[in-house]
Design a protein around this ligand. Structure first.
Ligand code: 5GP
Length: 110
């Protein structure tokens, strides 16, 4: 079981931002920006490659709600989904990083 499944089940605590029947958003434990939230589906989907269009559409709407909830929808924010080894994915459960709260740097990531 991944750490995110344990968070969904409530076995590991999280600082929750928003939740509905299908998705959960909570603050990243190791923030890379003043606001760093993870949005995840409650179903077990390994990564972006495994996600179908319906799920991606719904999680997109959820992410927009999260951005509004924390007040970064107008100032702007960044969404990242790391995929696999080269993408730097550590947790094999689909998640979107929602980053904001400052003007974010955009540099060569190599
Ligand atoms: P990845 O590298 O897989 O794209 O991102 C995984 C993210 O999950 C990392 O940013 C990491 O800080 C975060 N993370 C790992 N374990 C926990 C945890 O137990 N609680 C929370 N809130 N975030 C976690």
């Amino acid at each position: 079981m991944t750490i995110f499944e344990k968070i969904i089940k409530g076995e590991i605590p999280c600082k929750k931002v928003l939740e509905n029947d299908e998705f959960l958003a909570f603050y990243d434990i190791n923030p890379k920006a003043p606001i760093h939230i993870l949005a995840i589906p409650k179903t077990n989907v390994k990564d972006f490659n495994e996600a179908n269009a319906t799920l991606l559409g719904k999680i997109s709407d959820f992410i927009k709600e999260v951005a509004k909830e924390v007040g970064i929808n107008k100032s702007g924010y960044r969404i990242i989904s790391n995929i696999g080894k080269d993408g730097g994915q550590e947790v094999p459960h689909l998640h979107f990083h929602i980053l904001g709260g400052a003007k974010l740097k955009w540099e060569n990531l190599e």
